[in-house]
Design a protein around this ligand. Structure first.
Ligand SMILES: [Zn+2]
Length: 163
């Protein structure tokens, strides 16, 4: 409990006492506290600061991207690129590329190439799927294909193609 000085005898008395226990004088009433002198006032100020901090983009609590997150993102990008490049190489192998009808991307099999021990080989991808295109006799035929690619910088080189 907070105390104050009795204005008559200068002794310490309880802050909310109405009579001084030392000199028995009637104590003047306490002035009402200003809003900023209360706990509620303090909370209000803190709350206000938090809103301002947020508005100014001080992202103190933001989750930072881990190297795993970044790697996963890159893998997603690579899988899309692998599909696009596989299409390019398969198209080159077709007799009549302009007649090619491709399945939707979802019908492509795509994955990182694994060695015999089942270990992922960095930047090597396997893509498989089918394409409908005219053969040299003008007949529309469906070809199953498999492509193995390696990413080098921004380009993808063909390692193997089977159809
Ligand atoms: Zn007193």
């Amino acid at each position: 409990m907070a105390t104050r000085k009795c204005p008559f005898c200068k002794e310490k008395v309880k802050e909310d006492a109405m009579l001084c226990k030392h000199c028995k004088n009637e104590l003047p009433p306490l002035p009402p506290k200003k809003w900023y002198q209360t706990w509620w006032g303090l909370l209000l100020v803190l709350f206000g600061l938090m809103i301002i901090a947020n508005a100014f983009g001080l992202k103190t609590n933001q989750k930072t991207e881990t190297p795993e997150d970044i790697a996963a993102k890159q893998t997603d990008i690579d899988s899309i690129d692998a599909r696009s490049w596989a299409k390019i190489y398969v198209e080159k192998s077709l007799k009549a590329p302009t007649t090619a009808k491709w399945p939707s991307g979802a019908d492509f099999g795509v994955g990182q190439y694994k060695d015999k021990k089942g270990k992922v080989v960095k930047d090597v991808w396997e893509v498989s799927g089918y394409v409908d295109a005219q053969n040299s006799f003008g007949a529309m035929i469906r070809t199953q294909w498999y492509v193995k690619l390696k990413k080098i910088g921004n380009s993808w080189i063909l390692l193997e193609i089977k159809s």
